[in-house]
Write a protein that binds this ligand. Structure first.
Ligand SMILES: [Zn+2]
Ligand SMILES: [Zn+2]
Length: 258
């Protein structure tokens, strides 16, 4: 399985995941079709191999480009029942919207398990994506990592996890107080420390790659997120895990896990 985070952050999120035969899906489409096509071209790929658009929730940074991409290329959108009922009202009838009903769904060789996470949207999803024995977890908008979520993260080879803010930067920053409170709440976003705490609970010899995602441009810095997670993992004896930070404007490399 290969994956590339095309963009990550409050201005737009999109991740390409490709199976070993070259078939792919996108998780979240918070970017224009043109921008996605441009990044895919840089990877020697195009939009024709994408068979599904998985949408985690209805916030614009995850959804903005989905309707156009779905309509123009006739690619179905898959999301939670809660998100589907909300976006069906605003998307035209020509867009195919399917619900993920709790059972595993297969796209090419990729098996998708969607699960609910705690966030201030109608029904936000995280995803476990599996090909053969290889497992990737994605969860980028969540206010807390509860026990069921931790259980799903175990036994993964790679994880894309939100590290949204440094708590000191958030508290001392310019956001209004109620927004600060919302971000910190169980329905908001994970801090660097929360991400680090979750990762040391799920780290295993099997976990080899962590991509920190959805960093706030105002309330975080890549080196702060990296330091919080790297030092927690190192102190807990997990120096083997590669930790990288996804960016809003630059795609990551095309990672391969097996
Ligand atoms: Zn978001
Ligand atoms: Zn959100």
């Amino acid at each position: 399985m290969k994956f590339c985070i095309i963009a990550s952050g409050s201005e737009g999120n999109c991740t390409l995941i490709e199976d070993s035969s070259g078939q792919s899906i996108l998780v979240d489409v918070g970017l224009s079709m043109r921008r996605i096509a441009g990044v895919l071209a840089g990877l020697g790929r195009d939009l024709s191999k994408i068979s599904a658009l998985l949408i985690s929730h209805e916030h614009a940074d995850h959804l903005r480009g989905a309707a156009v991409l779905s309509r123009r290329l006739d690619i179905p959108i898959y999301t939670s029942p809660g998100t589907a009922s909300l976006i069906k009202r605003s998307f035209s009838g020509t867009t195919r919207i399917c619900t993920l009903n709790g059972n595993p769904t297969q796209f090419g060789a990729l098996q998708i398990d969607a699960f609910r996470v705690s966030h201030d949207a109608s029904e936000t999803l995280g995803f476990i994506i599996q090909e053969g024995d290889t497992r990737l977890a994605i969860a980028t908008d969540l206010g807390t990592v509860d026990l069921p979520t931790l259980a799903r993260f175990r036994e993964c080879d790679a994880i894309i996890l939100e590290a949204n803010h440094d708590l000191d930067l958030l508290l001392s920053g310019s956001y209004p107080w109620d927004l600060k409170r919302r971000i910190q709440s169980n329905y908001g976003h994970l801090s660097n420390t929360q991400a680090a705490d979750a990762l040391i609970k799920i780290a295993s010899p099997r976990l080899r790659l962590v991509v920190l995602a959805h960093l706030s441009q105002e309330n975080n810095r890549p080196h702060l997120a990296l330091r919080a997670v790297r030092s927690a993992l190192d102190q807990d004896g997990h120096a083997h895990i590669n930790v990288v930070v996804a960016d809003q404007y630059q795609p990551t490399t095309l990672f391969e896990i097996m």
